[in-house]
Design a protein around this ligand. Structure first.
Ligand code: UDP
Length: 330
């Protein structure tokens, strides 16, 4: 039995789902969970940050098909779906800095195209939004009714504002067209299949630690994040999909750690001799982040189950099995 099948709020079964961004880190785990639950999956991805290798094990499965296309240019999906999950977007700060206009397009025209498919078929629609809608938060922990502290012209604006617009579009489109829509705000998630070169803290520290290279801590390292193991995140997302709730619902871990402690923990778990290498802090880097998950607990019966240490051990083990993950530059 998968963890998702045990959870309240995920009782509704879907026949056929469109997953945009389905070849990405999170998307590929969502495809796995849906196929395991007997839902046919159309995975649509342009592979700008996703990787077909993430779904290679699903190729040839009768419930799985892969469409290589950019949802921002319109989603051509043959045949009816009863669930649309819009996950397509660069999600790592270095990826969305490298692909700024693509990131805005994924949130704007990409969300609109995915919503049109849902409307065409009367499908349930779920947007994968982000804790970044809270920006550098002035309230802690972050509740869904906090409106956030986002710099609209800063270096993270293309992602934060794309997701904020996507939330507004989802909500408004659903209201205007009588569509069942939901929004999950996903906090930092980690696990197997994170790209080694995606620039985020967990893959960077693992890659550096296993090679005994210095661990690059940005700023003082006192900034915090709450890291959720990918299986828990997927279960939360699918629990909201299986409900009729519009959200937004925070999905994330309660285990808040400083970035410095995260680096030290990964060093310990890998048995590494790496030293900490403090680098300048990136501008607008949020100083603290932890979700209030009261709403997810109440509405979906969801809370994360995998402790940070355990999740990191699984991620480190998966990294060792996929040699490409340790090849990127430091
Ligand atoms: N970070 C770091 N070293 C790295 C990568 C990231 O110190 O090699 C920091 C980053 O500045 C941020 C935190 O780790 O404070 C989480 O960054 P990440 O890119 O993983 O996710 P974010 O929450 O910023 O989207």
């Amino acid at each position: 039995m998968t963890s998702n099948e045990e959870r309240p709020g995920s009782g509704r079964r879907f026949q056929r789902a469109l997953v945009t961004g389905g070849s990405g880190f999170l998307g590929s785990h969502v495809c796995d969970a849906l196929v395991a639950a007997g839902t046919a999956v159309v995975c649509l991805d342009n592979h700008c940050t996703g990787d077909p290798a993430n779904v290679a094990h699903l190729m040839g499965h009768p419930l799985f098909s892969l469409v290589t296309a950019d949802v921002s240019e319109g989603a051509e999906v043959a045949g009816r779906v009863d669930l649309v999950l819009h996950l397509a977007s660069p999600a790592s700060p270095s990826d969305y800095a490298r692909l700024p206009l693509e990131t805005l397009a994924a949130g704007g025209p990409g969300t609109a195209a995915a919503l049109r498919v849902a409307r065409r078929d009367g499908a349930r629609f779920v947007l994968a939004s982000t804790s970044e809608v809270y920006g550098d938060p002035l309230e802690h922990p972050q509740r869904e009714d906090y409106w956030g502290n986002v710099n609209p012209v800063g270096p993270r604006a293309m992602y934060d504002e794309a997701k904020r617009y996507a939330e507004a579009l989802t909500t408004t489109y659903g209201r205007v067209h009588g569509l069942s829509t939901g929004i999950v705000r996903i906090f930092n998630t980690y696990g197997p299949r994170l790209r080694a070169d995606d620039g985020r803290a967990v893959p960077n520290f693992i890659r550096q630690a296993v090679a005994d290279l210095p661990l690059t801590v940005y700023g003082s390292g006192d900034q915090t994040r709450s890291l959720c193991y990918v299986d828990d995140t997927v279960a939360g997302l699918l629990a909201l999909a299986g409900s009729d709730h519009p959200g937004p619902v925070n999905i994330g871990s309660q285990e808040e750690v400083t970035v410095r402690d995260l680096a030290l923990l990964i060093r310990d778990l890998t048995g590494s001799r790496s030293v900490l290498d403090f680098r300048p802090a990136p501008p607008d880097d949020p100083r603290q982040r932890r979700p209030d998950i009261g709403r997810a607990r109440r509405l979906l019966g969801w809370s994360p189950r995998v402790p940070l240490r355990e999740g990191l051990l699984r991620t480190i083990a998966a990294t060792a099995e996929r040699p490409s993950l340790s090849r990127a530059e430091p």
